[in-house]
Design a protein around this ligand. Structure first.
Ligand code: ZN
Length: 306
């Protein structure tokens, strides 16, 4: 019995790997601000960003992945398993000094072609129900408006890096703490596809910032109160949410800390797609609390419009 347990532990350890074989460089997140100070920092902004939400694709996946159907609120509402229509979004952000950045990558031109040519394995294609993807706008089309200086990833799940092939290989991708360096046995299945989607020599920067007591870690990324990067661990170790301060008001991009409109309205975390449900719930609670302090804020869940 003990031998069997030891063998199982050894197997799990041996097969645990990072989500990508690319090496990331660690970069300190600039201008870390305390969670409590965030609403005041937003009000004191000295610049605005322009934000455009791009509907890259329609898609459909299992509801039990997107919403925790075991949650009491979901049970009371009578939610059950089934296909849930969702979207893939890309956000384009223009800062007056730093230029254009993307949040996530959208979907690349190559996905208009034969499935056998797609830069993902056939196992992933089936497991992710990728046959259901319907492209609305490719990332190459979005890039006709102007080049990007960098790409922030809400996290490194495959549906957030499908546009990698359309983005020049030297453009850096920025991820949250531990996102590209933590290990898990499931990564064994996705690592090859993740590598191909990112590109062979993609510069990967993992932002390092510690959370302040009782709050989430926040970086005032451009130092002028126009754009904040928030570490929301739970869905994945390095999941990020973003706050953009525009002339049209404040926008919160939750990433997959909350995939759906129903999940946001009812404060219910994602289901089986989330790695650490308890941490995800804490992060989602904090984001909900923040929005209550910012009347008029526009919230963008990861895969649906509110
Ligand atoms: Zn997603």
């Amino acid at each position: 019995m003990i031998l069997r347990i030891m063998a199982a532990v050894a197997l799990i350890t041996l097969t645990s790997c990072k989500v990508t074989s690319l090496e990331s460089e660690r970069a300190a997140a600039p201008a870390v601000v305390s969670w409590e100070d965030l609403p005041a920092k937003i009000k004191a902004r000295t610049a605005f960003v322009q934000l455009e939400k791009i509907h890259s694709a329609d898609w459909s996946v299992d509801r039990s992945g997107l919403i925790d159907l075991e949650h009491q609120t979901a049970r009371s509402a009578g939610l059950s398993e089934g296909p849930e229509p969702i979207q893939i979004f890309l956000f384009s952000l223009v800062h007056p000094r730093a230029g254009r950045y993307f949040i996530d990558t959208g979907i690349a031109e190559i996905f208009k072609g034969q499935q056998e040519e797609w830069p993902v394995s056939s196992v992933i294609r089936g497991a992710m129900n990728m046959e259901a993807l319907q492209i609305k706008k490719t990332t190459a089309e979005v890039l006709q408006k102007g080049a990007v200086a960098g790409v922030f990833l809400t996290h490194m799940h495959l549906d957030h890096i499908l546009g990698g092939a359309d983005i020049l290989p030297e453009i850096p991708f920025l991820v949250g703490p531990g996102e590209s360096t933590s290990r898990h046995w499931q990564n064994m299945v996705v690592q090859g596809s993740t590598d191909r989607l990112l590109g062979k020599n993609r510069p990967l920067r993992e932002l390092g910032f510690e959370s302040t007591a009782g709050g989430l870690a926040v970086s005032d990324y451009f130092g002028d109160g126009s754009f904040f990067v928030i570490h929301v661990p739970g869905h994945t170790p390095g999941s990020l949410a973003f706050l953009a301060v525009t002339t049209d008001g404040v926008h919160l991009m939750t990433g997959d800390t909350c995939h759906t409109a129903w999940g946001w309205k009812n404060n219910v975390t994602p289901g089986t797609f989330t790695r650490d449900k308890a941490a995800n719930a804490l992060a989602l609670n904090k984001l909900k609390e923040l929005t209550e302090q910012l009347p008029g804020i526009q919230v963008h869940p990861g895969h649906q419009n509110l």
